[in-house]
Ligand binder design. Sequence first.
Ligand code: UDP
Length: 497
Amino acid sequence: TDRVTLEGDSGAGYGQLKPHFVLVPFFAQGHVIPMIDLARLLAARGILVTVVSTPSNSSRFKPLVDRANAAGLLIRIADLCFPCAEVGLPDGCENIDLLPSRDLVSNFFAALPKLKEPLVRYLREQRPEPSCLVTDSCMPWTRDVAAELRLPRFVFHGPSCFYMLCSRNVAAGSPEQVPADALQPFLVPGLPELKVEVIRAQALRLFDVPGREKLRDQVIEAEATADGIVFNTFGEMEAPFLDLYQKTLGKPIWPIGPFCFASQETQDAVLRGNKNSVDARRISDWLDSNDPASVIYVSFGTITTNSYSHMFEIGLGLEASHRPFIWVIKPVDMSPEVDHWLAGGFEERTRSQGLILTGWVPQMMILSHPAVGAFLTHCGWNSSLEAVAAGVPVITWPHFWDQFLNEKLVVEVLRIGVALKSQMKTPFVSRESEGLIGRANVERAVESVMGDGEEAEQIRKRARAMGVEARKAMKPGGTSYESLSLMIQHVLEFGNN
Ligand code: UDP
């Protein structure tokens, strides 16, 4: 679907060489959202951007893209048909969060490479011709698309560079460095001047679990053969890790985030990601009624699930903190037990203290509000970085994949938050996991970032300072801004050769 014309467009000084970037997100919210932000960042530099999507996915971000187009930014949406029937998925299950059951994840992954032929056909017809592909690391089949069309291909990594580096080092570690015993703690190898202790389950590369080896290897291969790497991060925060990663890979790396700064307009923050389940106005009015930096915002992203007993512990910990809170509960976590427990007294007791929201909320709008003083997060990289961007300290409870190392980065390296300290021994927290955290963990952690102590004050100060750096990085002259210029330049030079 072509929603923009190029007539009258100045091309922002690129002359005949109108660059045309094709972005291929992985269809999970934590991957689509930053890609849409990236589309906007590129379009703001006068670049034509095509976002490859499917109807269910684009229905979520189309309102945001429509606004960008109305503002003169050139973003096209390429809707491909997602082959649900072919792989045994119910109609419309085009995103990880739309799968009715975890058992269908394999079917979902089987559908993705089937987009290859339709995508090649679509891109062959595009004018101006595509200049490059930027594809999510979880879409390794795009390697063949780039090869067929003879286009440069850049891999976008959803997680932090710290995670990519550490998990790679652990995988390559010797038996002396990385013990065979899965539960024995060890130091991540290859981090000069930094001692980061993990167990193996917390430092796995993406898809490095039984049954997913093939995908894991394809992802590694697609990175090894890429023409460059894009990170949603910024130099001031991850410089040593970006340096090491660049040296290991021996190819260009562009840290060009935080992407969440792609727009400064509240309406864009309100529309970001999905249709809100509550009126954004209700949330902002509630936040307005609270003191600066007084509110705890609690949300665990789009995929994690929690047992009902953990939900109780979180709720009781928040109540005991005596601080105002916004607690976002995903519909999948709203089990009959949780529903019953909320209705059976908790909601009533905390009516004047907190706001319990079910479903999608405008997270960036909330985090940017001055009333928010801490974010209890699962450490998805987007959430972590959005907290950084907003200058808000975090309380961390990682559930899987990169989230454990993201926690290490924010808590131990950057020291802009505290950990809930769960008793994790496996790579996944699920609805079946029990007894990992208690209300006392929550209460104590809240005090450690929001309380009067000197350390709490220092954490808040560092978080604010990092937020200032993040904002600066994205402005003209800033590290991320200039890094994006270099990436665009790289593509233009490729086109000239
Ligand atoms: N998000 C949101 N509203 C919600 C839940 C999530 O806007 O109610 C956004 C959040 O701001 C972030 C993304 O969804 O940009 C979640 O990505 P993250 O990497 O934090 O976690 P994931 O969902 O991938 O585990």
